[in-house]
Write a protein that binds this ligand. Structure first.
Ligand SMILES: NC(=O)c1ccc[n+]([C@@H]2O[C@H](COP(=O)([O-])OP(=O)(O)OC[C@H]3O[C@@H](n4cnc5c(N)ncnc54)[C@H](O)[C@@H]3O)[C@@H](O)[C@H]2O)c1
Length: 301
């Protein structure tokens, strides 16, 4: 395929573009920030540039990961977020239709599912988060504009039949403003803990995009949470809030001794769980790395 990747100078693209090239695809990258993986240095908010890029490169598929995201809230205006995340997405969708692009993958975020109430984490039980969670009340301009972009994607699918898959991706690198759990843990300890309920590797994030690309025409339209497979089930939610180590111990009886060797600890409380089960059932994709694999890598050989 002739694929346009937006955000080609970013963290995800560094892993995704080589993966797609290895699979034999031709990749054109667009990003305002230059990098060796970026073919076109410019913005998706520039409609004429988007049109030229798609037409001149014979683009047949788009993976739209370019965005202003959570860390940019501190440095950019609300209008910047609208311009890039909403208008930029609209430009791509309209030019996709005009130029016969046959599939569109949108990198969204689990963050848009987190209302202020969920984030405050004061409920009696952890919130079980799958694609049915409603109503969605994103709590910041990042979530609001990603949600608006999702709605545009759905609208273009409904109006024009464009196959679109939306990947609501959990975190695949640490972002400082959301490290509430990390008060007493080192960064590797925090990351390891998060693989239980809200994290994946960048390699898995890239592989999920490749899988979505392959299956998109047959699926038509759908939304998937992308996160490492959680060992938890909804029946754990109450205890997760009051005694997360106790729940983890049931699934991984030796985790405390493995952790102790590294001076690591579990979060006392876990307030949400992302369930990527639909991704496995409908798209046939499961992240390779979950908490079990992390724990295995920590055990003595
Ligand atoms: N990193 C995470 O943990 C995480 C979690 C959930 C969702 N996501 C989403 O995944 C995608 C990729 O994230 P990342 O971690 O690689 O972030 P990143 O910031 O490293 O990459 C995003 C890229 O988009 C580019 N960009 C910004 N404005 C643009 C514009 N006007 N036109 C084209 N490109 C533009 C940036 O320059 C950057 O290179 C984003 O859409 C992000 O919202 C990331």
């Amino acid at each position: 395929m002739n694929i346009l990747i937006t955000g080609s100078s970013g963290w995800l693209a560094q892993t995704l573009i080589p993966l797609l090239r290895k699979d034999g695809h031709k990749v054109t990258g667009i990003d305002p920030k230059p990098s060796p993986l970026t073919t076109i240095t410019g913005s998706i908010a520039d409609r004429a540039l988007v049109a030229r890029t798609i037409r001149d490169n014979g683009i047949t598929a788009i993976i739209h990961g370019g965005a202003l995201h959570k860390p940019n809230i501190a440095t950019n205006t609300n209008q910047d977020f609208i311009n890039v995340n909403v208008t930029g997405t609209l430009n791509l969708l309209e030019e996709a239709i005009a130029n016969g692009v046959d599939r569109f993958i949108f990198t969204s975020t689990t963050s848009l599912m987190i209302s202020q109430t969920i984030r405050d984490g004061r409920g009696p039980r952890a919130v079980w988060i799958d694609e049915t969670l409603a109503p969605l009340q994103p709590r910041n301009i990042y979530g609001v504009t990603k949600y608006a972009a999702e709605k545009l994607c759905h609208f273009f699918h409904a109006e024009h039949g464009l196959p679109v898959i939306i990947l609501r991706t959990a975190r695949f690198f640490p972002e400082e403003d959301d490290m509430a759990h990390a008060i007493s843990q080192s960064e590797p300890n925090t990351k390891a803990n998060e693989f239980l309920f809200r994290r994946l590797t960048v390699e898995d994030a890239a592989a999920a995009h490749a899988a979505a690309l392959a299956r998109s025409p047959e699926i038509g339209f759908d939304i998937f949470i992308v996160s490492a497979k959680t060992p938890f089930s909804p029946s754990d939610c109450e205890q997760l809030m009051t005694d997360a180590p106790g729940v983890v111990r049931r699934y991984f009886p030796d985790y405390e001794s493995v952790y102790a060797r590294h001076g690591w600890t579990m979060f006392p409380s876990i307030d949400r769980v992302y369930d990527a089960g639909k991704l496995e059932r409908r798209l046939g994709f499961t992240c390779r790395t979950g908490f079990a694999e992390i724990l295995r890598s920590l055990r003595p050989a």
